[in-house]
Design a protein around this ligand. Structure first.
Ligand code: B1M
Length: 210
């Protein structure tokens, strides 16, 4: 679909206005929000990540692409998820301490809210103490953690250790995800579940809180 390739290309150029307008046009053409997300926005961001990795582009360009991604996501937000009306449970989410990548985490939050969960989003650079206190104070059933850097993944384990120290492990379940995170890593650190993408994160949380 040509418009999806154009969205991906404009996202790579960091053209947030264009991405916003094109995303709306794609919806107007009756394309599924999930298709626009996967084949337009995420496809564009994957190219950005690869070009950044091989030093063809640098941080300023990545930041502009992130801004364009957020512009497109804002248009898609009301159309993602299942739009259940009742609350399935409460979940605290955030990107772990030291990590400023929040696009994937935001997407997970949108999909969880769309599936009927009450989402308490702590934002990015969230410390273990903030996660655990927020879960206790809100009575959340689940903590969802996102990490995009290999250097910040160990913070997820610190959250689980703190839950154990505070006697909350087991009653507050954990789900983790983010590009470098694997199911095996989740098992190793004692996380209850893992989501490889936003839709899978919703399935994992549903399975946890049944
Ligand atoms: Co940075 N960055 N970045 N970056 N960045 C990566 C992650 C990197 C892989 C790029 C690369 O080298 N190819 C690399 C990490 C290498 C590593 O550790 N393995 C990297 C680096 C090195 C850095 C800096 C260190 C660069 C520097 O300063 N020299 C720096 C670190 C800053 C910090 O965090 N302290 C940095 C900064 C940035 C920006 C600020 C410029 C920007 C982020 C803006 C923002 O988020 N507001 C940025 C971006 C945009 C990226 C890439 C290009 C794209 C990430 C993204 O948004 N993807 C990224 C390359 C890549 O991933 N290909 C890269 C789209 C998003 C929808 O996918 O986040 O993977 P993702 O989320 C997915 C799944 O992972 C999953 O579902 C989502 C939807 O499918 N998921 C979950 C995510 N969280 C989940 C939680 C769950 C379940 C599933 O349960 C709770």
């Amino acid at each position: 679909m040509e418009i999806l390739a154009t969205i991906a290309a404009e996202l790579q150029r960091g053209e947030d206005q264009e991405v916003r307008t094109l995303t709306q046009s794609a919806l107007d053409q009756s394309l599924e929000a999930a298709t626009i997300l996967e084949q337009g926005l995420i496809a564009g961001m994957q190219v950005v990540g690869e070009r950044f990795r091989v030093h063809e582009i640098f941080l300023p360009e990545v930041l502009l692409a992130a801004k364009a991604m957020n512009a497109g996501l804002a248009v898609l937000e009301p159309h993602l998820g299942e739009a259940d009306i009742h609350t399935r449970g409460k979940i605290v989410i955030g990107t772990v301490q030291g990590d400023l990548h929040d696009i994937g985490k935001n997407l997970v939050g949108i999909m969880l809210a769309g599936a009927g969960f009450e989402v308490i989003d702590l934002g990015k650079d969230v410390s273990p103490r903030q996660f655990v206190d927020a879960a206790r104070e809100s009575g959340a059933n689940v903590i969802g953690m996102s990490a995009l850097l290999t250097t910040t993944m160990p913070v997820m384990k610190q959250v689980i250790t703190l839950l154990k120290d505070e006697g909350l492990f087991g009653s507050v379940r954990t789900v983790i995800g983010g590009a470098p995170v694997t199911e095996e890593y989740a098992r190793d650190i004692g996380a209850d579940s893992y989501g490889f993408d936003a839709a899978n994160a919703v399935e994992s949380v549903k399975a946890l809180v049944g």
